[in-house]
Design a protein around this ligand. Sequence first.
Ligand SMILES: [Zn+2]
Ligand SMILES: [Zn+2]
Length: 360
Amino acid sequence: MAKSPAEEHPVKAFGWAASDTSGVLSPLTFSRRATGEKDVKFKVMYCGICHSDLHCLRNEWGSTIYPIIPGHEIAGIVTEVGSKVEKFKVGDKVGVGCMVGSCRSCNDCDNNIENYCPKMMFTYSSIYHDGTVTYGGYSDIMVTDEHFVVRWPDNLPLDSGAPLLCAGITTYSPLRYYGLDKPGMNLGVVGLGGLGHVAVKFAKALGVKVTVISTSLNKKEEAIERLGADSFLVSRDPDQMQAAAGTLDGILDTVSATHPLLPLLGLIKSHGKLVLVGAPEKPLELPVMPLLMGRKIVGGSNMGGMKETQEMLDFAAKHNITADVEVVPMDYVNTAMKRLEKGDVRYRFVLDIANTLKAT
Ligand SMILES: [Zn+2]
Ligand SMILES: [Zn+2]
């Protein structure tokens, strides 16, 4: 078998990896492929910690290839470009999100929704075209095909902007696709975590009225005063839920734990849409009668295509939308994972890779 570029001219890289389902991360020296003619090589500056990273570290979705180097909210600065790269030059600020490859020839790829390509390759723990395993942004450098690299808007901070590459596009795309982006509409956002808090900001920038739906009153003040939500609903309060019945045009549900859908379906108007972007491990119960009676739709959405990811980032820059982040050093990552699991972060950890990732 012919050797892949990575095997022939490997580039020494350094990152933090987990080697088994304990998910504990530790330093690892590894190889990246040499910069191919369509590749962009960049120095990683910041990388967000997504809830998916935690699931994948422990192989909770069954698709992890060990050792795994997670990270798919990656912001950096270009250090080398291949001979046929058209969009980037050395010194440019760039980002890479959840995917780094796709077939580039199927219907979905042709329609700029590479995220739905059956051969889409994730940024980490996937097999790339050349047979090598992909490694994510908890590392010093990335080598990525320019098609899967986005231009970084000048006024968007690299640290608090990084989480937009997953949390941002995952919430922006469904608002657009399901038409929940019209000024004056009423949108519910369930769960105020990494995804939810960015969803509130995008929806507000689109002119949509936002109701945050949460299991407890804890985050009410933050939701309204800090994030700009219009109202707050406690899902465990039957009186509040009853009073709000049939008032929402749609709901973006970001919760990845098992939870009942019936109360949410009751909140949406006839023809309204309940869109799920969280990924619970077990199937949810779907009551059909409320769907029939109100011609309601339950849908899903996963990330977004490269064209839309660029559009989202440009939109965020224009409207000064960033994630609320806690920037932490690389060697804090295992503690950050423990805190993330408990929901103890407002609202996204971002690893300060450039300043704190040290080769050993
Ligand atoms: Zn993610
Ligand atoms: Zn494809």
